[in-house]
Design a protein around this ligand. Structure first.
Ligand code: PGA
Length: 250
């Protein structure tokens, strides 16, 4: 049952992009027309470009998301941004629990869950990231790690419009290394089972694969059962590569 829910290919620009990057977004929008008939497309730029990108993408098939949010709606949290502010920028989504946030900012499952709930409160789609480290994989602890992350960070309600799960093995992010299709299939089937056990709506939640997705491996990875799209880092910075990945669904 490959890709029963409509696929989503989302680009996570991380801490990359200046105003001069507008051209890449324009090229993605220009190239999106045919692809968007089959696939949702999203770009998650740094916060500094969020309002500008949301304005440019308005009325086009390209969605715009942020990379993180605070759990509270407002308050004395210097440097943070609320989900409500992201929605106010005109964006539709927010990534929560990316491994770089979990590692560099010590975000716990509980904190990630609060952020996912904040996204729902603000009417945003949360793209909730989970994934095991190399050490956990080598110890045969991949599924138990993912089970703990899902149990601890999923929001109360599983709403297929408001929630996307992204499986991103930490060791595959930015390394050029990916798991084999059989490994991805096993993990995505496990996540699907976890979601459907929790709620029948779990059958319709999109589960993205992320970690070193490129145009050259996209078709193989995205045709795996229960892979409903990709969360793309480095390769999303170039419109041609990003569109090349999304074209896997052509
Ligand atoms: P990558 O990053 O595609 O550069 O490996 C993926 C991610 O961190 O979302």
């Amino acid at each position: 049952m490959a890709s029963t829910p409509r696929p989503l290919v989302a680009g996570n620009w991380k801490m990359n992009g200046l105003s001069a990057s507008q051209g890449e977004l324009d090229a993605i929008i220009a190239g999106a027309t045919g692809i968007a008939a089959r696939t949702d497309l999203m770009i998650c730029p740094p916060t500094t470009l969020l309002a500008r990108f949301a304005a440019s993408a308005k009325g086009t098939p390209v969605l715009v998301g942020a990379q993180d949010c605070h759990a509270e709606a407002s308050g004395a949290f210097t440097g943070d941004i609320a989900a409500e502010m992201i929605a106010d920028c005109g964006a539709q989504a927010v990534i929560v629990g990316h491994s770089e946030r979990r590692t560099c900012h010590q975000e716990t499952d509980e904190a990630v869950r609060a952020k996912a709930m904040a996204a729902a409160r603000a009417g945003l789609t949360a793209i909730l990231c989970i994934g095991e480290t190399k050490q956990e994989r080598d110890a045969g602890a991949t599924l138990s790690r993912l089970e703990r992350q899902l149990g601890g960070s999923l929001p109360d309600r599983l709403d297929p419009k408001g929630l996307v799960v992204a499986y991103e093995p930490v060791w595959a992010i930015g390394t050029g290394i990916t798991p084999g299709p059989a490994d991805v299939e096993e993990v995505h089937a496990f996540i699907r089972q976890f979601l459907t056990k929790r709620d029948t709506a779990g059958a319709d939640i999109r589960i993205l694969y992320g970690g070193s997705v490129k145009p050259s491996n996209a078709r193989e990875l995205l045709s795996v059962p229960n892979v409903n799209g990709a969360l793309v880092g480095g390769a999303s910075l170039k419109a041609t590569d990003f569109l090349g990945i999304a074209a896997a669904y052509a």
